[in-house]
Design a protein around this ligand. Structure first.
Ligand SMILES: [Mn+2]
Length: 316
């Protein structure tokens, strides 16, 4: 399978100003960042406003270099990366050709497979939530993997307008992959988060649905006993799971969302529980952002996951 990457143009930043990796066969890092500015449209009104998110997130990541990561981080009680030499590279973006959705999807799977084959953990910047489907396909033969999904919606639609791999369906498609075992869906809330059919199917599969209200009431410590135990976790993070007061740049802002510390403590709790084998961060719409709050928060949360991995000895 071809692995086609579009390198970041010269003069544009990489994530954390990290080295560029254009040859996946020679990738040598703990963590490989890759953009997936990808969507599967439902209708003609559709414009993929999240396709600019990887670059917006990379630009905001420069706020934390150089030198800031070595300072005392009060959220971690020490250096964010625990003084470890965590090797991060930026692979650029998966090449996307408008209209060729199947080909784009196969290419995305091939790129993530190539990253995993080199022993690096992929951090995938969406793009819309449809990207999680080709990304999870790359874990075939590397399971079982339990999914921790943060979102306002459960994303269990079987199809929308006949499209089965759109942004409403990633968890439904994940549930059909034999190497995916276990699923916790956190931050769910609000009007339109699921129809009865999706709710029933998610429950039948055994997905653990943890509403935002429950999370706020009992905290991360209080929900962790409900998250399935697993050796390997994959985290799929939809920006609309966060509260729109801190993450306004989303398609459907829903009040009552996940807070910064809930997300951070969830990452820490998952990293303490098992090996984190991948992260996607999706559905940031930079054109709707305010003072780059959403892109910057995405960077900070990604860093906090890397920090949690460093502090638990998973990287570095
Ligand atoms: Mn979603």
């Amino acid at each position: 399978m071809a692995t086609q990457l579009t390198p970041i143009p010269v003069g544009r930043p990489t994530f954390l100003d990290s080295p560029r990796c254009t040859d996946l066969g020679a990738l040598d890092a703990h963590i490989a960042v890759v953009g997936l500015p990808f969507a599967v449209p439902y209708n003609l009104d559709y414009s993929s406003r999240s396709s600019t998110a990887p670059q917006a997130i990379r630009e905001q990541s420069l706020r934390y270099v150089p030198g800031y990561l070595e300072r005392y981080d009060f959220d971690f009680g020490g250096e964010l990366l625990a003084g470890k030499d965590v090797k991060i590279v930026d692979c650029g973006d998966v090449t996307i050709i408008p209209g060729r959705w199947d080909e784009n999807s196969r290419n995305a799977t091939a790129v993530v497979k190539a990253i995993l084959a080199r022993g690096a953990m992929p951090i995938v910047l969406g793009g819309e939530h449809s990207i999680t489907i080709p990304v999870l396909r790359a874990y075939e033969g590397r399971g079982p993997v339990c999914i921790v999904h943060v979102d306002a919606h459960i994303d269990w639609r079987d199809e929308v307008n006949g499209i089965r791999e759109g942004l409403s369906s990633p968890m439904r498609r994940a549930s059909e992959m034999p190497w995916i075992r276990g699923m916790a869906q956190i931050g769910i809330r609000g009007i339109g988060s699921a129809r009865r059919e999706e709710f029933d199917n998610a429950r039948k599969y055994g997905s653990v649905l943890i509403g935002a209200e429950e999370l706020h009431r009992v905290g991360v410590e209080g929900i962790m006993h409900r998250v399935p135990s697993a050796e390997r976790y994959y985290i799929s993070f939809d920006a609309d799971g966060l509260d729109p007061a801190i993450a306004p740049a989303v398609m459907g802002p829903a009040p009552g969302g996940v807070t910064y510390y809930e997300a951070t403590n969830l990452f820490r709790a998952v990293a303490a529980r098992g090996k984190v084998v991948g992260l996607d961060f999706v559905e940031v719409l930079p054109s709707l952002d305010v003072h780059n709050l959403t892109s910057r928060l995405a960077v900070r949360l990604i860093l906090n996951l890397i920090g949690a991995l460093a502090h638990t000895g998973q990287v570095g």
